[in-house]
Design a protein around this ligand. Structure first.
Ligand code: UDP
Ligand code: MN
Length: 349
């Protein structure tokens, strides 16, 4: 055998070995791929099964949570009743008299939000009658619907503020009195529709204030005029009558803003017995008084300072806040309106 034929023979031998090896290995590769695919399918099936189980667990947990929350609130309520914490609340029955709230309100972007918050607080109060007076020539559909949907007992009125007394868009709040026309319209309705044999109390609930339902237990104690602290008003955290613990009498007031007012209290800080309003049929709010004197004007026609009845634990508790809602920025909406594409077309906001 020549050297070259030896080489050829050697290369033939190598290539046949290689092809044998490749053939054998391709079976291994095929087997591995197969195993991988089967494994993947099994794994995928496992994941699907696990997802189903997870969904079922979520449903069970959700139901569990609802049951738990319900049980918790029932237990809490029972505990309050048994320990007497709810005693005052339970006193609000048919014999307690009616709480009349007078709310002036006017059209603006936040109106529905304000009235929704207020109505949902009032829905907690039994024997409640809401007198809503719109600063408008006629009742508006938004307020009509809101009241009808509310489950509250209510009276809807409209009394427009005369043009010369209406605040301009950029006027500061103190420039003109607000709510005079509306509160007087409500007083007129009360005097025209209720009798001295009716039991009740009347208070002024501006549509932007915030109320704790605890305030309403206090109101039912009012004989002539009850007073209590108001949070976030008159430049103070709390503006309040100063109450003498020993005698439960009002000694003075802590007011800093116009402290010389005959009754330096906010509109949210008092309630008037229904009878007192019916006996004094000429007591009204007035446009002819200085800024900040509306409360004093009406109270002076009804009572003297020494007759005030301090409430809310001798005026140590805050159950109402003179909150004010910032007007929302609607610049993007203005642009849409110009293009005739307002965001709330067909939607009441
Ligand atoms: N109000 C009204 N017409 C107006 C401005 C105000 O009927 O042009 C209402 C308002 O909705 C609120 C009450 O009058 O229920 C008192 O107004 P506001 O809350 O602005 O007064 P403040 O917070 O300064 O006491
Ligand atoms: Mn207000």
């Amino acid at each position: 055998m020549t050297y070259s034929s030896m080489l050829i023979h050697e290369s033939h031998r190598k290539s046949s070995m290689w092809s044998k090896f490749r053939c054998k290995n391709s079976w291994i590769v095929l087997f591995l791929i197969n195993a991988f695919v089967i494994q993947s399918i099994l794994y995928y099936k496992e994941i699907c099964k696990w997802d189903e189980i997870k969904q079922e667990i979520d449903i069970i947990m959700g139901n569990e949570r609802i049951t738990h929350t319900l049980a918790h609130s029932v237990l809490k309520r029972l505990h309050r009743i048994i320990t007497g914490v709810d005693k005052d609340k339970l006193n609000l029955d048919e014999n307690s008299g009616v709480i009349y709230a007078i709310t002036p309100t006017f059209v603006r972007p936040v109106q529905k939000a304000e009235l929704t918050r207020l109505s949902q607080t009032f829905m907690h109060i039994p024997n409640f009658h809401w007198i809503v007076v719109e600063d408008a020539p006629l009742e508006t559909p938004l307020v009509t619907k809101l009241l009808a949907d509310s489950d509250l007992t209510y009276t809807q009125l409209a009394a427009q503020t005369p043009k010369n007394y209406k605040l301009g868009r950029t006027d500061p709040n103190w420039k003109k009195p607000r709510g005079v026309e509306q509160r007087n319209a409500a007083l007129r309705w009360i005097r025209d529709n209720l009798k001295t044999s009716d039991k009740g109390v009347v208070f002024f609930a501006d549509d932007d204030n915030t109320y704790s339902i605890k305030l309403f237990n206090e109101m039912l104690k009012v004989k002539k005029v009850g007073v209590w602290p108001v949070g976030l008003v008159g430049g103070l955290m709390v503006e309040k009558p100063i109450c003498d613990n020993a005698t439960n009498k009002v000694l003075g007031f802590n007011s800093v803003w116009k402290p010389d007012r005959p009754f330096p209290v906010d509109m949210a800080g008092f309630a008037i017995g229904l009878n007192l309003l019916l006996e004094n049929r000429d007591a009204w709010f007035s446009y002819e008084v200085q800024g900040g004197y509306q409360e004093s004007a009406i109270l002076q026609q009804l009572i003297t300072k020494d007759q005030l009845e301090p409430l809310a634990d001798c005026c140590t508790k805050v159950y109402v806040w003179h909150t004010r809602t910032e007007p929302p920025l609607l610049n993007a909406e203005q642009m849409l309106i110009k293009k005739g594409k307002r965001s709330n077309a067909g939607i009441e906001v």
